[in-house]
Design a protein around this ligand. Structure first.
Ligand code: PFF
Length: 455
């Protein structure tokens, strides 16, 4: 059976542009907004340690698996998994795993866009000097005045969705490639500056480091472990076909191992730096680490409000946060778009409008969960929390587990090796043990633990 040697959607210009695009996908709200607040909610150090273990034992092998599968299949994740399964004489229903990803992407982008919208709102507030001299209470009120107003949230959510779909409609290559080349280094630079500022808070910086890096296992619950694992998937964009679809645009000659390690390291460093920038500022301003999703929107403005040039600097920071979210959002929706273009035979533009509208509509649930729908509680969670939980803690680990099984057990040893190991024959056996045994077992153990079967 013949496999396509190119994707109909094009190919990255070089290995570096793939690394940048995949890093653009990985580095996003997950690193700068979500990681600090979930680390805060789950007690810090021990959570961070479990998260790092998950990146190494689960995330990294899975990232390599997704790139490998994507590049071998050269189609959207549903078609890729189906055709590679058929090639190995296995059931075509493996395509269903691709569907888990498409559903997860739909839901993730629906709330991701609302949070990214909040970041856009903060760009304007910051540049306008709204945070100058602000107190902790004042920052809290500014945050509430945005989130408690459904019209404003909806407007910013709409703006972000339009921005995302405009780039997606123009094609991944001319959109993202151009974008990430400038944006990622700038984001990194600003983050370092913020860490530098936090380092000047003296004792508070040490307190922040202590919080992040000293494990206190008594604070870690089974659910905290699941959240750490789910976040490893979320932050590396794994378990839903985003990296797989990006892999399908990758040249045959690129070493999968090297690029994956680069992406995972950069992503992890950005998350840790974000934590190191934010916790000292939170502690210095007598905020608790566990305030939840508002953490970044309530602590950073206080710091910006008290530093020289804070309005400019703060505006720039939120702008870069928006760009980071933007380059991630594009990758979240790319599997859906590739599927629509390949299977429904419609143009990218039409696919973008259709998918974008559906996701925008679903986003209303998150918009309302901050205000008029605050009390719509299901399983003890608001709509936003529920969508986040279902995707990050269930769908992504499930999609990832099945993808690992697919890469380790369905694709034959020789085919995987052929795709994978060109420049790194030495690493291949290690990867194979990880993806066949360690990655799936780790995911299953964490799941069983949460259900309570392991006590
Ligand atoms: N990795 C992104 C972040 O950390 O913000 C979020 C994300 C992107 C999740 C792409 C899933 C995905 F497929």
């Amino acid at each position: 059976m013949s496999r396509p040697t190119d994707s109909i959607h094009g190919q990255w210009s070089s290995r570096w542009t793939f690394i940048l695009a995949a890093t653009g996908s990985a580095v996003g709200l997950g690193n700068i907004w979500k990681f600090p607040y979930i680390a805060g909610e789950n007690g810090g150090g021990a959570f961070v340690l479990v998260y790092l273990l998950c990146i190494v034992a689960i995330g990294l092998p899975l990232m390599m698996a997704e790139v490998m599968i994507g590049r071998r299949g050269r189609q959207n994740p549903v078609n890729t998994l189906r055709s590679l399964a058929k090639e190995e004489n296995k059931s075509a229903s493996w395509g269903l795993v691709g569907w888990i990803g498409i559903v997860a992407g739909f839901i993730i982008l629906s709330y991701y866009s609302v949070i990214a919208g909040q970041a856009i709102a903060y760009v304007f507030r910051s540049f306008a000097g709204v945070f100058e001299g602000v107190t902790a209470d004042g920052a809290h009120q500014i945050y509430l005045s945005l989130t408690h107003d459904p019209e404003r949230l909806l407007a910013w959510h709409t703006v972000f969705m339009v921005l995302t779909m405009v780039v997606v409609a123009r094609g991944v290559k001319s959109g993202i490639e151009r974008f990430v080349k400038y944006i990622m280094p700038a984001l990194f630079a600003i983050l370092l500056m913020l860490v530098g500022y936090a380092a000047n808070t003296g004792d508070y910086f040490n307190q922040g480091l202590h919080f992040l890096f000293t494990p206190n296992f008594s604070k870690l619950t089974a659910n905290g472990v699941l959240t750490a694992m789910g976040h490893a998937f979320f932050t590396l964009s794994l378990g839903m076909g985003a990296i797989m679809v990006y892999g399908s645009y990758l040249s045959k000659t690129t070493s999968i191992v090297k690029v994956s390690i680069w992406i995972a390291i950069t992503d992890t460093v950005v998350a840790l730096l974000a934590g190191m920038a934010i916790f000292p500022l939170a502690f210095a301003n007598e905020l608790t680490a566990g305030v939840g999703p508002g953490l970044i929107f309530e602590t950073l403005p206080i710091a910006f409000g008290h530093m020289a040039g804070g309005a400019l600097f703060g505006g720039l920071f939120f702008l870069l946060l928006v760009f980071a979210a933007w380059s991630s959002a594009i990758s979240i929706v790319e599997p859906v778009i590739a599927w629509l273009v390949e299977n429904k035979n419609i143009s990218r533009r039409r696919a973008s409008v259709t998918a974008g509208f559906g996701i925008w509509l679903l986003g209303l649930l998150t918009v309302f969960s901050f205000n008029i729908g605050e009390n719509w509680i299901l399983f003890g969670k608001t709509m936003f929390e529920l969508l986040d939980y279902i995707t990050a803690n269930i769908l992504l680990p499930l999609g990832g587990l099945l993808t690992a099984i697919f890469a380790g057990w369905v694709i034959s040893k020789n085919n995987a090796k052929d795709e994978f190991a060109m420049k790194t024959p030495f690493f291949y056996p290690i990867w194979r043990v990880l993806i066949r045994f360690i990655t799936p077992l780790a995911v299953i153990i964490v799941f069983l633990n949460v259900i309570g079967l392991l006590g």
